[in-house]
Write a protein that binds this ligand. Structure first.
Ligand SMILES: [Cu+2]
Length: 301
C-alpha cells in the first residue's frame, strides 16, 4: 500500500527530475538504461541493472529513497517559507509564548521512526539477498594487485590469468578508453557466480555497477559476493578504492556468454593460459611508474 502510494509520488518526483535533467544536459539519455554495461556521457541515472540484485538496488534508490527524500525536502522547504512569511516581525508583531505541544511532539517523533521502518524493511531484505549466497554454479577468485586484476577459476582446473588495461595507444576502434582490458573475466549467463575477492598489496575494490556488486579486495582476507547475469554482453567496472598511482588504470571487464559458448571459451582459455601462468607484474608496473614514486597507501574508506 505504502509502496504503491510512494511509487505514484515517485513518478511525479522523477518526471520533474527528468525535466530538470533534460534542460541541463541537452536531452542526452538520462534514466537507467542509457548504456548497457557502461556509463554514457551526460548520464544521470544509474547504469542499467543486469542482475536481480541490481534491479532491487535501483528500485530501492529510484522508487523508494528518491521520493522520500523529495517529499521531505519539499515539506521542510514549505515549512520554512511558511514560517518566514507568517511569523516575521511585520506580520506577527506579538509572538506566541507557546513552548509545548504534545500532539506535535509525538508526531515529529513517530513519523520519522515510521519513515525509517519503511526504509529498513526493503533495505535489510536486499542486504540479506546480497550477503546470503545462493548455491553457486561456478566460483571465481578475483585478486586485486597494483594495478591489475588476476582472475582464477578454482573449480576449472585452476585456470588463472591476469587482466590488464588496454592502453590508449593500443585501443582499437569501438573499444572503451580506460575500461578495455586484454583478458576479461568470462562468465556464463544465467548461472549463479560466486566471486571470492582478495588482495595482495593494498586495498582495492571490485566494482561492477550493472551487477550491483562492489566488494573490497583486502589483503589476507577473502570477501565474497555473487551475481547472476541475465543477458549476454560486456559489462564494465573499475577499482573503486584509491589504491595508488595507477588506480584509474585497472578496469574490470566481464563478458557474459551463453553456457555452450562459455564451455567453448573455457576449453580455449585452459590451453591459452596453461603456457603462461599469471606472472607477478608488480615489479614491472612499479618500474614503469617510476621506481617507487607510485608507492600507494591504502586510503580510508
Ligand atoms: Cu585498485
Amino acid at each position: 500500500m505504502i509502496f504503491r502510494k510512494l511509487s505514484s509520488m515517485r513518478d511525479i518526483a522523477l518526471s520533474s527530475g527528468i525535466a530538470a535533467g533534460l534542460l541541463t544536459s541537452g536531452g542526452v539519455a538520462l534514466a537507467e538504461g542509457a548504456g548497457e554495461g557502461h556509463a554514457v556521457p551526460g548520464q544521470m541515472g544509474l547504469q542499467r541493472g543486469i542482475t536481480e540484485i541490481a534491479h532491487e538496488m535501483h528500485w530501492f534508490h529510484d522508487q523508494l529513497l528518491l521520493p522520500i527524500i523529495t517529499i521531505i525536502c519539499l515539506f521542510v522547504l514549505g515549512l520554512l517559507v511558511w514560517v518566514v512569511l507568517k511569523f516575521n516581525e511585520k506580520a506577527n508583531p506579538t509572538p506566541s509564548r507557546t513552548t509545548h505541544n504534545s500532539l506535535l511532539e509525538v508526531a515529529w517523533t513517530v513519523v520519522p521512526v515510521l519513515i525509517l521502518v519503511v526504509i529498513a524493511i526493503p533495505s535489510f531484505r536486499l542486504l540479506t539477498k546480497q550477503l546470503v549466497l545462493p548455491p553457486a554454479d561456478i566460483t571465481m577468485k578475483v585478486t586485486g594487485k597494483q594495478w591489475y586484476w588476476t582472475y582464477e577459476y578454482p573449480d576449472q582446473g585452476g585456470l588463472a590469468f591476469d587482466s590488464n588495461i588496454v592502453e590508449d595507444k593500443d585501443l582499437k576502434p569501438g573499444q572503451k578508453r580506460l575500461l578495455e582490458v586484454d583478458n576479461p573475466l568470462v562468465v556464463p549467463v544465467g548461472a549463479n557466480v560466486r566471486v571470492l575477492i582478495t588482495g595482495t598489496d593494498v586495498l582495492h575494490s571490485w566494482f561492477v555497477p550493472s551487477f550491483g556488486v562492489q566488494e573490497y579486495a583486502v589483503i589476507g582476507r577473502n570477501n565474497e559476493s555473487w551475481f547472476r547475469v541475465e543477458r549476454e554482453g560486456s559489462y564494465y567496472g573499475e577499482c573503486n578504492q584509491i589504491c595508488g598511482i595507477n588506480h584509474s588504470r585497472m578496469p574490470i571487464k566481464v563478458v557474459a556468454l551463453p553456457k555452450p559458448e562459455f564451455q567453448k571459451w573455457l576449453g580455449e582459455a585452459k590451453k591459452k593460459f596453461a603456457a603462461a601462468p599469471p606472472a607477478e607484474k608488480a615489479a614491472q608496473v612499479a618500474a614503469a611508474a617510476g621506481q617507487g614514486s607510485g608507492e600507494a597507501r591504502p586510503a580510508g574508506n
